[in-house]
Design a protein around this ligand. Structure first.
Ligand code: SF4
Length: 208
């Protein structure tokens, strides 16, 4: 079976009748593991990406609803109460920022750690998985030049990029068939909404 058809059908099975945070979150993690497993070999050059290099983590990232739940449930389990306050503040600040203006704000992703590491690396969004760079210098220059209104391209592994773009699209198609919300949302806002839904699920389950 074609790998993207397999991913689409997997998403349909995982997200059918799946509306609660745990189901969405665990479903997304299984889906992303399969997307990794099905990644085609090949691609051009050796990525220069490494832990601590985070030039690209100031851009707009689009996530699907189950991805937001996966990230929010991780944060709920692993981060303190101040994470929620920071999340609310950052989501409000970025809410109406256009995608192309986001790098100009130079606001690091809410999940970027103090040493430039992605704190959610094993469960990072599909579109983050697709981004690689063959040159750290190019990434640094691209962000600096976009602030001056002169965007430049970064050479990346296009096989990997295309694979995760298609995996994202296949997930959205499966979710839509399953009757869920298949739209993409800005990461910070989507995680805030999922985090609040998790808080309210926990409150509902607290014995009176
Ligand atoms: S989720 Fe991780 S890889 Fe993606 S933008 Fe945030 S810190 Fe960077």
């Amino acid at each position: 079976m074609d790998r993207y058809r397999r991913l689409r059908e997997t998403a349909l099975v995982l997200f059918r009748k799946c509306r609660e945070s745990e189901c969405l979150s665990m479903g997304m993690r299984s889906y992303a593991d399969l997307a990794d497993e099905l990644k085609p070999a090949g691609g051009e050059g050796k990525p220069d990406c490494r832990k601590g290099c985070s030039h690209c983590c100031v851009v707009h990232v689009t996530v699907l609803v189950p991805e937001a739940y996966s990230l929010a449930s991780w944060a709920h389990e692993n981060c303190g109460r101040d994470f929620y306050e920071k999340l609310k503040e950052q989501a409000a600040r970025l809410r109406w920022v256009e995608e192309e203006d986001r790098p100009l704000m130079y606001t690091p992703c809410i999940f970027l750690g103090e040493e430039g590491e992605c704190t959610v690396h094993p469960i990072r969004p599909l579109l983050c998985r697709g981004v690689t760079s063959l040159s750290e210098k190019m990434c640094r220059d691209a962000i600096a030049m976009s602030a001056l209104g002169e965007p430049i391209s970064v050479v990346m592994d296009l096989v990997q990029r295309e694979h995760y773009d298609k995996a994202f699209k296949s997930a959205a198609e499966g979710i839509e068939k399953a009757g869920g919300d298949a739209r993409g949302y800005e990461l910070t806002w989507a995680v805030l909404k999922a985090y609040e839904a998790i808080l309210s699920e926990k409150e509902d389950n607290t014995p009176a």
